[in-house]
Ligand binder design. Structure first.
Ligand code: IMP
Length: 194
């Protein structure tokens, strides 16, 4: 088994990803475990492009397999916004959620359909190759916040499949069906074959 670095400093994401990968890699690091700051500008037009860019840069720099995820929330009534700009929709999670709720003001439940998308890239330096895996989760944006678990837009994302808002359930429950959980399940299958 090899070590893996997860190309993120986002604690929420790392906390979700690590348990999903334990058993498939020896040591699992995040960028926060290293003192040097490695800046990757997420200027791609597509999630997969950003994920591959991050994984390549970080894996190349540290000389170990690297995993990067680029994800976002797409709301149909907002023509897919915030989409690729999900992490930059405000200064912090609270601001981002308030902006989203403001933009959906007056829209009834059945017009509040949304989808989380996750593209996870795995860069293997010894092969100089990147592999990309995709997962999605459909749901609705609620009218107010519910729960305090998770991160990002979790408090306003209702999943009919899970029967709850994402911030009301544990990481394990969320991982079972989430966009990221689904993408990582595919990645795990791939890792088992190599
Ligand atoms: P990035 O992939 O780091 O560019 O960030 C994607 C952004 O999408 C995050 O900062 C969150 O705002 C949002 N996001 C992605 N996945 C989730 C999730 O599972 N729950 C809540 N928000 C998410």
């Amino acid at each position: 088994m090899k070590n893996l670095i997860i190309a993120t400093t986002n604690r929420g994401k790392f906390a979700e990803l690590k348990p999903l990968l334990t058993g498939h890699f020896q040591e699992i690091y995040s960028l926060a475990d290293f003192s040097e700051t490695l800046t990757v500008v997420e200027d791609g037009l597509y999630y997969a492009e950003n994920a591959m860019k991050k994984a390549r840069k970080v894996g190349g720099h540290f000389g170990m397999p690297a995993l990067a995820d680029d994800s976002g929330l797409e709301v149909a009534a907002l023509n897919g916004r915030p989409g690729i700009h999900s992490s930059r929709y405000g200064q912090n999670d609270g601001e981002r959620i308030n902006r989203l709720l403001g933009e959906l003001d007056g829209i009834p439940w059945d017009g509040r359909e949304a989808k989380f998308k996750a593209y996870v890239a795995l860069y293997l330096p010894e092969k100089d190759r990147c592999y990309v895996f995709y997962g999605e989760l459909s749901g609705f944006i609620g009218f107010e916040k519910h729960g305090s678990n998770g991160f990002g837009y979790d408090p306003v994302f209702y999943s009919p499949e899970l029967g709850t808002y994402l911030a009301e359930i544990s990481t394990e429950e969320k991982n079972r069906l989430s966009h990221r959980g689904r993408a990582i399940a595919l990645l795990r299958k791939f890792v088992e074959t190599i």
